[in-house]
Every structure is written in structure tokens, then in C-alpha cells.
Write a protein that binds this ligand. Structure first.
Ligand SMILES: [Zn+2]
Length: 131
């Protein structure tokens, strides 16, 4: 039973490098993601709240200390895929590789296996709901 009269609320953030995740999937992950996360973590801290961060695997392998910091500050880390390519642009083999790479790079960065996944760009559609 909770003590707080406040409603339950889930606060989630996608951790990705805007240019790489939106314009060029092959671009390097830039320090922009670290700078932006500094601001996000500062705001979350000021409001004394915790969040779930859906981290892209390429961010995890480029900036593992960022994931370690997120965990050290008491937040949850989950998977936002590896490359941020839309799932409906992949076949089953590519999707399996994408999801395994995301899980492994997050684990390698911070020692936590993600148990949840957020698809990039709302890319789960009726066309990729394979039986
Ligand atoms: Zn995203």
C-alpha cells in the first residue's frame, strides 16, 4: 500500500542522439546525447522523481558511463533498440539481431538486462505482427 496521496505516474524518456536516430542511422552517436541527458537528469533530480529511460544500444556502447550514472541515480533502464531503425523496415532476422544487440550493449554498459522495449517511431504496425 502506498503512503502518497498522489496518483501513480510513469515518466519515461528515450535516450538517443537526435541526428543519428532521425536523419542518418549510420552517423556516429554524438556528445549531444550526453549534454541533453545532463539537463534531463538535472530536472528529474530537482523534482525528486524517478524515470524509466529507454536507451538505444548504440548510445549504450558509445557512452556506457551515461547508463551507469542513470542507474546510480536510481532510475530504470530499458531498451529502445540498437540502431533506431523503424521496426517495420526490418525482416524477422534483422529485427531479432536488432533486439539482441540492444539487450547485449545495454548489459555490457551497465550490467542490467533490459526487460522492456519501446519501438522507435511507433513502428509496430499490423504489417509486422508476425504470428
Ligand atoms: Zn526514439
Amino acid at each position: 500500500m502506498r503512503d502518497s496521496p498522489l496518483p501513480y505516474c510513469a515518466f519515461t524518456i528515450d535516450v538517443e542522439d537526435w541526428y543519428q536516430s532521425t536523419i542518418d542511422f549510420n552517423a556516429p552517436i554524438s556528445e549531444r546525447v550526453v549534454a541533453n541527458m545532463e539537463q534531463v537528469l538535472s530536472v528529474v533530480y530537482q523534482h525528486n522523481t524517478k524515470a524509466t529511460f529507454f536507451v538505444q544500444g548504440r548510445v549504450a556502447e558509445t557512452y556506457p558511463k551515461l547508463l551507469q550514472r542513470i542507474l546510480a541515480e536510481g532510475h530504470e533502464i530499458q531498451s529502445h533498440g540498437y540502431s533506431h531503425r523503424p521496426l517495420n523496415s526490418m525482416n524477422r532476422t534483422e529485427l531479432t539481431t536488432e533486439l539482441h544487440l540492444a539487450r547485449q550493449t545495454i548489459y555490457d554498459a551497465c550490467g542490467v538486462w533490459p526487460t522492456a522495449f519501446r519501438a522507435p517511431a511507433f513502428s509496430i504496425t499490423k504489417n509486422n505482427l508476425w504470428p
